[in-house]
Design a protein around this ligand. Structure first.
Ligand code: ADP
Ligand code: ZN
Ligand code: MG
Length: 273
């Protein structure tokens, strides 16, 4: 078995993945500076670990079209990595926060009125809580829309909003790989944005409802390795989003679960399909 791992920098995650992949045969580290297409790579599967979502997405497509399956597969990267596309998939299977998408300032204001303040504005792509904004009133919404109007990336002018969920000082991050529930953590923070990349504190979460909703969220996509964000709302659990390029060092540290091993085992399964 020849397992490729594409990467931008060797974070703890990539080191853990490499260590586990080495048990299955040859591991080929592919720094993004050294990858080019068209090219015939002699690999059975590639685990895509680039930091940039778009580099990861395009690499998945290029490898797949050159005969090398990827983790995650391109279609999962595409639909799970976009907050609008994934909301559409998720809402068919699990409860999600009330949401709205608009393409103009006027319709954004209508959505805000329908959802009711406060609302949360997010770019359709991205992670680590980047460019999230909690909007408490119409004045701040107008300010946000004015700023977004002048941002160069056209994706920033696809306006995605959610109702603001009153969380109990924490949210939940779970991991489902190849349909198997792996583990979950709570992320505690004094800030409403709880990402551990922004200082949220991780603690183990052992809860059968979390397990159930996580598997259902995975079923909305039907394949892949997904990190899932879940909110404990006053009306029960809601799935906020899924992430197709998972970070897991804090989850592994506090739960002791070897998520990298599960990811590699899944990649080996994908290679054999
Ligand atoms: P990212 O892809 O950047 O992680 P998320 O949608 O997961 O974006 O948002 C980051 C964090 O912000 C969430 O984990 C949560 O703590 C907080 N958050 C996001 N949306 C909401 C919301 N609608 N209500 C309350 N908190 C939210
Ligand atoms: Zn995310
Ligand atoms: Mg998130």
């Amino acid at each position: 078995m020849k397992i490729g791992i594409t990467y931008t920098i060797l974070r703890k995650e990539e080191l853990m993945i490499r260590e586990n992949a080495e048990r299955f045969g040859e591991t080929v580290m592919l720094h993004e500076d050294n990858v080019r297409f068209p090219y015939k790579y002699d690999l059975d599967v590639v685990i895509i670990r680039n930091v940039s979502y778009f580099k990861a997405l395009y690499l998945a497509k290029l490898f797949e079209e050159h005969g090398v399956p990827t983790v995650n597969p391109f279609s999962i990267m595409l639909e799970a990595g976009d907050k609008v596309f994934s909301t559409l998939k998720l809402s068919k299977k699990v409860p999600v926060p009330r949401w709205g998408v608009s393409f103009s300032e006027n319709s954004a204001k209508k959505i805000a009125e329908e959802l009711g303040y406060p609302i949360v504005s997010k770019p359709v792509f991205g992670s680590w809580g980047r460019l999230l904004a909690k909007i408490n009133d119409k004045d701040s919404l107008e300010g946000l829309l004015e700023h977004k109007k002048w941002m160069k990336n056209p994706l920033y002018n696809i306006h995605y909003f959610q109702e603001f969920i009153q969380k109990p000082g924490r949210d939940i991050r779970s991991y489902v790989i190849g349909g198997e529930f792996i583990t979950a953590i709570y992320r505690y923070s004094d800030h409403w944005i709880t990402n551990t990349a922004r200082g949220g504190r991780a603690e183990p979460c052992d809860n059968s409802e979390v397990e159930e909703i996580s598997i259902k969220a995975w079923e909305a996509f039907g394949d892949g390795a997904l990190a899932i964000d879940i909110f404990e709302s006053p009306n029960g659990l809601l799935v906020n989003e899924v992430n197709p390029n998972m970070e897991f060092k804090n989850a592994t540290r506090v739960t002791g679960v070897n998520i990298a091993e599960k990811l590699v085992e899944y990649a080996v399964e994908v290679a054999k399909r």
